[in-house]
Design a protein around this ligand. Structure first.
Ligand code: PCA
Length: 206
């Protein structure tokens, strides 16, 4: 049976909720015959990468989709690039603000997502879910976990589809935000996750 690792993040900064955490809590344990290993990562620069490495080693998944929140974005953002760079504009949940620092001293500058992004994009947009490809996952925890994920797979020469997806805020976050921010409802976020999982489970996942 195929096994996918799906991760989200806990709330951080000014956000009292995180759509990626809500997604992880809502997803079933299996979908279309695919086992879903679900985990919520801490917004903690020291702990989150270590947890991602441990999850990969423990579960040896056949594919990985990591999710996080990018409040202010209007569309589900399929990240193309993980950058070897940390530059936090707000502290993590442990109070650390890491700036101008490599994630991995001797690692490559960047890794590309190995998810079938173009196929996913077409499927999401055809299903009426606003989605786009994004060239930067930022320089905070999401990028750090994304880079660690791709670096760990590269180190182990594990050629599985893996990557990162940023989610817009939920409507309840937009409702309580001082600034006007775009949002997407949980039903659309769930539908997006199911479509991406289905694509990874289908044979031509290129
Ligand atoms: N978003 C943050 C970290 C956790 C999350 O959900 C980010 O974009 O880096």
């Amino acid at each position: 049976m195929m096994k996918l690792l799906i991760t989200g993040f806990e709330p951080f900064g000014e956000h009292h909720t995180n759509p990626s955490q809500v997604l992880i809590k809502t997803l079933p344990d299996a979908y279309l015959g695919i086992t879903l290993v679900k985990a919520i990562l801490p917004v903690h620069a020291a702990l989150a990468p270590a947890q991602m490495v441990k999850l990969l080693e423990t579960h040896k998944p056949d594919g990985v989709i990591a999710f996080g929140l990018a409040a202010g974005r209007a569309k589900v953002s399929l990240e193309r690039v993980a950058l070897n760079w940390l530059d936090f504009s707000i502290p993590d949940n442990a109070g650390e603000t890491i700036q101008h620092k490599l994630i991995c001293e001797d690692g490559p500058a960047a890794y590309f997502s190995t998810l079938p992004l173009d196929r996913m994009l077409t499927a999401l947009n055809s299903a009426g879910i606003p989605a786009e490809a994004s060239l930067s996952a930022g320089a905070y925890l999401c990028n750090q976990v994304f880079y660690t994920l791709m670096d760990t797979l590269a180190q182990h020469k594990t050629a599985i589809p893996a990557g990162f997806v940023h989610l817009p805020a939920l409507p309840e976050q937009a409702a309580n935000s001082k600034q006007p921010i775009p949002s997407i409802g949980l039903e659309k976020i769930l539908a997006a996750a199911f479509l991406m999982i289905e694509i990874l489970g289908s044979p031509a996942n290129t």
